[in-house]
Design a protein around this ligand. Sequence first.
Ligand code: FAD
Length: 383
Amino acid sequence: MVVGAGLAGVRSVEALRAHGYGGAITLIGEEPHRPYDRPPLSKAVLMGQADSTLVDSDLDVLRVDFRPGVAAKGLREGVVETTEGELAYDGLVIATGASPIRLRGEGPQHVLRTIDDALTLRARLTPQTRVAVVGAGWIGAEVATAARKAGCPVTVVEAAGHPLEAALGPVGAHTAPWYDQAGVDLRLGVAVASVDHGGLTLADGSAVEADVVVTGVGVRPSVGWLAGSGIELVDGVAVDEHLRASMPGVVAVGDCAAWWSRRYGRRLRVEHWDTALGAPDAAVASLLGEEALYDPVPYFWSEQFGHMVQYAGRHEGARLVLRGDPAGGGRWAACWVSGDDTLAAVLAVDRPRDLLQGRRLIEGGQRIDVDRLPDPAIALRDC
Ligand code: FAD
């Protein structure tokens, strides 16, 4: 049985069949929709270039008993309690993803997680509608991009000192000029106190008037339904390096799973599309009793203000080397190098080849010539 019909859920069904499992599979999902992809919601859907993002997967061919609009409410070993009664299972994949955090206040606020959220917000993005976006993270930047394209005056309020601070540290500051160039009013270093009717009240007492407020301040793993089940939860479902949970016969994948990474020697929960895509194969193999290790280099991309931004690896504790000049407005990259001169992480801005080659270097773990890194004319694989 698979709980959660997002990307990780449907990929788990596919993986079960690919690994030769011929028995019955039930897939339940809280949303009324067939599984769909989320990354286009803040890009093509918000910009009016797509109305549907269904995952290309034939549920009939997969012989899955798909039950949309059914939510899991509780778990005990061998049984999932749902809004439509109890369902017994022999093996369980938990793939319930994550839910957006909302801010305090009586005023209306949009979040962007589902196709319904995206279509509702899109309908509000009409010329001259004043939009306030809370959070200059990945989602906030993409929403601001779409809202400006739609002709909306946009204010982005960010509590940190620059955009993308949580994800990129000081390197995120190099994306601040993009807001200005797009005509976005970026307010940094000030928190939102509340969302009110007519806009935002900020912690410094000032107000941002807005017709539409979009909150993009992060998500929490959707694991509330597992409370009291006895399954170990540590910022999500705690799973080992084989993606096995503490309850026998249960694995977890995607945004809701915090797995033990052998590569990084710590628990990771990564809210990236690539994780939802890749983890199910290992999880399902583990569930079927095969030996499978999940140990990826995390990868993420974002499309904002006309730039393709891609990131692979993890940069904590590594030293930063820039390739190219972010201030020059052109393509650039940031590399983070570990103490042993191996590449820890790469951020590529409109330099997809750097991402590709950097990711391979990170995976391979070979030493690089750090002195060659700053020269963007030298291919990363030749460093
Ligand atoms: P989800 O996609 O959240 O699916 C989980 C499903 O489980 C949901 O349908 C939910 O309704 C359902 N569910 C929850 N609780 C229950 C329950 N109790 N019972 C039954 N069903 C339940 N990543 C990138 O790498 N690049 C991007 O550019 C990018 N852009 C994004 C843009 C947006 C707007 C969003 C929201 C995400 C974006 N992501 C991006 C992140 C990526 O989409 C997620 O990492 C991915 O969707 C996670 O897949 P998942 O299947 O684990 O979870």
